[in-house]
Design a protein. Structure first.
Length: 135
């Protein structure tokens, strides 16, 4: 087992300009000992997938409040898979209707965290689902 920190990319796709939640999550993951890369606002799926590949992350957290999750998330996952990132967790947080969660998961999203989810629960999920890296 390695002492390498879990690496998480936190991304804000689309035109949504609200990033307070993403910053709260990024801080909580850092406080839990993870290495966090925050991409900033208004990222395209291509930019997010390229950053995930370049940064060699274990997980990608997508913060989305705009309602475009059914379009943006599958595109991000498709681009990541095209680049061989099959074992990378993809997490979605934000405003997602209950009826869309099953579809997102069927398209490769590992978990969806809705408003009110504790940061502790998100940290536990990532820790439990990231595969250890051997050295």
């Amino acid at each position: 087992m390695s002492d390498r920190k879990i690496r998480v990319l936190v991304a804000k796709p689309g035109l949504d300009g609200h990033d307070r939640g993403a910053k709260v999550i990024a801080r909580a993951l850092r406080d839990a000992g993870m290495e966090v890369i925050y991409t900033g606002l208004r990222q395209t799926p291509e930019m997010i997938a390229a950053a995930a590949l370049q940064e060699d992350v274990d997980a990608v957290g997508i913060s989305i409040l705009s309602g475009a999750h059914n379009t943006l998330c599958p595109r991000i996952i498709s681009l990541m898979r095209e680049n061989g990132m099959d074992d990378t967790l993809v997490l979605v947080g934000g405003i997602v209707p209950q009826e869309d969660i099953a579809t997102l998961k069927a398209n490769g999203v590992s978990e969806v965290f809705l408003p009110g989810t504790s940061t502790e629960d998100i940290v536990k999920f990532i820790n439990a689902n990231v595969r250890p890296v051997s050295t």
